[in-house]
Design a protein around this ligand. Structure first.
Ligand SMILES: Nc1ncnc2c1ncn2[C@@H]1O[C@H](COP(=O)(O)OP(=O)(O)OP(=O)(O)O)[C@@H](O)[C@H]1O
Length: 222
């Protein structure tokens, strides 16, 4: 009996409910994710996306992307095997249900870094992820950060800022996300993300309480 109780008291329940990080380009998703992965290297995993674009030198099929053809991808989308997909500059990208399952099978919480169009699609599926929106303090700060990142041309910058306006509106609409994190000071933003994860995502341990008479029940503790 004692050993059963000890076992139960050490048992941990992890739902492996996926998390989605969404936010305008430049809002700081990758920066926050990098920190999160550094702090919790064994807890989270990224799903491998599919793409119809050709592999770049050094990219490995099944590691960086699942490289596929337009026809195959279209057929899989039609068959409902994708959670979300989008086309950029003629190439289609998407997250398959199987790719998310693979992360779960490895015992990890799947992290999806997707835009608001992707979030709208995911909401139509039974994935039921935690939805986290990362917003910049303002569009001016967003522009300054994108410029400082030196990854954009004037055209792509203007395009990203245009999309950002719409994404901010969707992100801030009540009920669309479980939490909105303003990424002004990075440490504060990360603390807020961590608090959300601790309160909602991480394993909840069961403490077994023994009643007089030998009956026991399990109580969730944080
Ligand atoms: N709190 C912050 N304060 C100052 N700079 C920041 C902060 N957060 C992120 N940055 C910087 O802003 C730039 C954009 O951040 P990041 O690349 O993480 O954004 P992103 O949302 O992942 O963008 P994309 O969707 O385009 O990949 C980076 O150069 C990053 O170092």
């Amino acid at each position: 009996m004692t050993s059963v109780l000890r076992h139960l008291s050490q048992m941990a329940l992890k739902s492996l409910r996926p998390i989605v990080l969404c936010g305008p380009s430049g809002s700081g998703k990758s920066t926050l994710l990098q920190r999160m992965m550094r702090e919790y290297p064994d807890t989270f995993g990224f799903s491998v996306s599919h793409t119809t674009r050709k592999p770049r030198p050094g990219e490995v099929d099944g590691v960086h992307y699942h490289f596929t053809t337009k026809d195959q991808m279209l057929e899989a989308i039609r068959a409902g095997r994708f959670l979300e997909h989008a086309t950029f500059s003629g190439n289609t990208y998407g997250t398959s249900k199987a790719a998310v399952e693979d992360v779960k099978k490895a015992g990890k919480i799947c992290v999806l870094d997707i835009d608001t169009q992707g979030v709208k699609q995911v909401k139509q599926t039974d994935l039921n992820p935690w939805l986290i929106f990362i917003e910049p303090p303002s569009l001016e700060v967003l522009e300054a950060r994108l410029r400082a990142r030196k990854t954009e041309t004037e055209d792509s910058l203007a395009q990203r800022l245009n999309v950002a306006r719409e994404e901010m509106e969707y992100g801030k609409t009540s009920g669309n996300f479980h939490v909105i994190i303003t990424n002004d000071d990075l440490d504060e933003a990360y603390d807020k993300l961590k608090k959300f994860l601790e309160e909602n995502v991480f394993e909840k341990k069961y403490r077994t309480v023994l009643y007089p008479g030998g009956r026991f029940y399990s109580k969730t503790v944080r």
